[in-house]
Design a protein around this ligand. Structure first.
Ligand SMILES: Nc1ncnc2c1ncn2[C@@H]1O[C@H](COP(=O)(O)OP(=O)(O)O)[C@@H](O)[C@H]1O
Ligand SMILES: [Mg+2]
Length: 225
């Protein structure tokens, strides 16, 4: 199986539980080592052993569980593991001022109402997604992979998360949206890829497909297109 991602395009990745969606995006993000195959970025082959190496290539992932720290602020979560420091030698201290400012800029860029000093534990599911998505914008992301970002949030918040995805797309980022929700994919995606039992069974433009066809492909009622 082979897939291609394009800058400024949203790909909906669909398939039943166990189809292999999470495994595929984790390989692209350097979490899992593929047993075979190659990955090319801008035409050049890349080999990754750890997630940090994927990040250096501009590949970011928003995991299904988000991996946020509830007792920390939005800004602290955006910079989790990538904290900014100032000073020299043993006197290096965390540069909160810059982190708050930079996080605020990113939320503004995403048109999110999240404030850098808000505590994550007081946030809605949609706002938590905004924090996780803001993390992907710390450096020049080229690919953002999202695993079920709208699975556990309310209808109104779904619209907000879809808007965040559009902001990423408008910045020329290639977005992969894993979702079970047909309306989300058909609202925001340009292309849909369907997986079944570890294989790709469809890869086509949204305009050329339909929710009925995708449902058939997911269940196996339609073999392949
Ligand atoms: N290409 C593959 N080859 C072998 N096993 C796979 C492959 N893709 C996924 N799996 C296995 O299938 C199971 C479900 O995969 P997962 O990626 O979690 O599915 P999904 O996210 O679509 O629900 C996992 O145990 C995973 O290890
Ligand atoms: Mg999964």
């Amino acid at each position: 199986m082979s897939i291609t991602l394009e800058a400024g395009q949203v790909v909906g990745l669909m398939g039943d539980n166990g189809a292999g969606k999470s495994t595929l995006v984790k390989m692209i993000a350097g979490n899992f080592r593929p047993s075979e195959g190659t990955m090319r970025l801008d035409g050049k082959e890349i080999v990754m052993h750890r997630p940090v190496e994927a990040r250096q290539h501009g590949i970011e992932i928003v995991h299904q569980d988000l991996a946020l720290c509830n007792n920390l602020t939005a800004a602290a979560n955006v910079f989790l593991g990538r904290e900014l420091r100032r000073g020299v030698g043993p006197f290096r201290i965390l540069d909160y001022k810059t982190m708050y400012r930079r996080a605020g800029d990113i939320f503004k860029e995403l048109k999110s109402e999240t404030r850098p000093r808000d505590l994550v534990k007081q946030m809605s599911g949609g706002q938590r997604q905004a924090v996780a998505i803001a993390r992907t914008m710390l450096s020049e992301a080229k690919i953002v992979l999202m695993d079920e970002p709208t699975a556990a949030i309310s209808v109104r918040q779904v619209a907000e998360v879809l808007n965040l995805i559009r902001e990423l797309r408008d910045r020329g980022i290639a977005v992969v949206l894993i979702s079970h929700r047909m309306p989300d994919v058909f609202t925001v995606a340009d292309r849909v890829i369907v997986m079944r039992r570890g294989r790709k069974v469809a890869d086509k433009s949204i305009a050329a497909s339909s929710p009925e066809e995708v449902t058939g492909l997911i269940t196996g009622a339609i073999e392949q297109v």
